[in-house]
Design a protein. Sequence first.
Length: 438
Amino acid sequence: MSAALDNPYWMPFTANRDFNQQPRVISGAAGHWYTTADGKELYDTFSGLWTSGIGHCHPKIVAAVQEQVATLDYCMGFQVTNNKAIELADRVTALAPDRLNHCFFTNSGSESVDTALKIALGYHRARGEGNRTRLIGREKGYHGVNFGGMSVGGIVPNRKVFSAALIPGVDHLRHTLDLEHNAFSRGQPEWGAHLAEDLERLCTLHDGSNIAAVIVEPVSGSAGVIPPPVAYLERLREICDHHGILLIFDEVITAFGRVGKAFGAERFGVTPDIITTAKGLTNGVIPMGAVLVRDEIYEAFMQGPAHMIELFHGYTYSGHPVAAAAGLATLDVYEEEGTFAQATALEQHFEDLLHAFKGHKHVIDVRNFGLMGAIEMAPRDGLPGARGAEAHKRCFWDENLVVRAGMDTLQFSPFLNSDPDEMSRSFEAVRRVMDTLE
Ligand code: PXG
């Protein structure tokens, strides 16, 4: 077998054959830097994968995990539970918007999304509106890779192969990215609020009384950072209220400081009925997700004989004590270090660094919100994704920089506690690569 094919490790969302020609393997990390086995140090411009906002191997989280794993490694999460899960549910709901006072734990963003969709369907049925079964997502949305999330998601390559197995009864709003009208917007674009009316059209088509829920990322992440147009989220909320539809914000990326507040909902002043989270909940240290729901939704399930299970759903590792301990330590650090305020203070500098790429020969758009940023390059003729992939590799090998490329869009998720000069230097390095890129 060729060297490119004999690696037993099948990597996720990776061009495996290309990777195996020149593997990029990290073996250590501290703070804002990764290390490799041969002693190379690389600056991480993506905070893990939007996960690790307060830096890698934060001593407080490391200590909490070490202690927990030696105290209670695991216990059954059904019918009994552990003290850390209870404590974390308290702490997370205390940070959440009004009335989102109940928390269901998962192990990932994908599981959070599928859990939220199931809760939405169960909620309507429990209230005698079992006809509300339709789900609405949005083009370019990313809601993980499980069947529910994939179906409401709108990233074409993630859906294409599985087209016949997508769940039925799903429609999509149009996405809000239109370079003709909103290229190089700083923060939220002025253009595009009218696209929320797509929801009203779908309510006319199907009758709103058949629709269970609408799910959107407040700021699309994976698709290359697409902030919501001014007044767009507000309008979605209004239409949902009018038709009795649940609004789900997928905040797997936007929660826990990425947009300067505990939740994007708070930053945008729009309160959804359900919020999905993961990533920053534990700073990425142990996999964990959480779904936060409004009181009315939880209460709707709490009927029937009290000895009966109300929601036939859960994961072996829901509320895992070690993950919960990591979550508790993470929330402590956010509070003690003022992480969300640190993130807010970095926003302007970050925006300026990104938008300095306007006018670069390859650049067709720059987008940002909070500490989420994207530089979109034009694709090479007939080879979409090639320029981005090369930029990623050149950053790694030539500039000791880990940069995420989604096709030809470079994405940035700086640490919430970044050093501004380090941030500046990372963009100087990106520019050196882009200047010499074909
Ligand atoms: N929802 C959102 C909004 C996400 O960003 C998920 C759900 C799924 O989470 P899990 O933990 O199941 O992966 C995500 C994940 C990128 C990128 O390049 C982002 C994610 C995953 C892969 C790539 O931006 N986010």
